[in-house]
Design a protein around this ligand. Sequence first.
Ligand code: SF4
Length: 224
Amino acid sequence: MTPSAGEDKSVLLAEINRILFSGYGICSCPLNYGTPFQLLVATELSAQCTDLRVNQVTRELFKYYPDASSLAAASRDRLEALIRPAGLFRSKAENLIRAAQSLITDFGGEVPRTMDKLIRLAGIGRKSANVILGNAFGIPGFPVDTHVKRILNRVGLCASDDPEKIEAEVNAFIPDKHWTNLSHLLILHGRETCTARKPDCGSCVINHLCKYYRHLCKYYRRME
Ligand code: SF4
């Protein structure tokens, strides 16, 4: 019996996971945090900002606002000044204060541990919620960022721009114990090798599994 398309993709994703894992191993979240609340804040600040810059901002920020109650009572102007280097500082400050206030009023000051509750917080979408679930609580989650989306489309595992659809597909293709680390692996691979503008396909460790690379090889063969 020939395998179904879903089974093929499960095998392909398992192999990609195996190869990238052999290079990178177990990855930790690049955002610095001491508590789930601090990871929530760092995740909100990471929108359109590098992890390095977020870590510089939070080093100072957490001295003044280490928990939900202090942030819920923060002065908007002071908070904006502290997070300004992370960009989009006005909307981020508003979301952070609103999220902290919701944590106090709706969740007893604690970060909730379910997707449904997390995405009720201002500024938290599925990607951020999955980062928090997977990294702060060890609850499987598959965050789909721009690197993850790009690689999974290039290798031919997905054919969609919709992060929610990609997340659902990956969740179906591979056991949940792999989700959080696989997302880290793909992000690292996207930063170091499968970059947006100029993927280094020649030295890519998963190029033998990649649809984009197969097309590229065919194109160059035709040119010869
Ligand atoms: S072969 Fe190229 S396009 Fe495919 S995953 Fe590797 S770097 Fe990305």
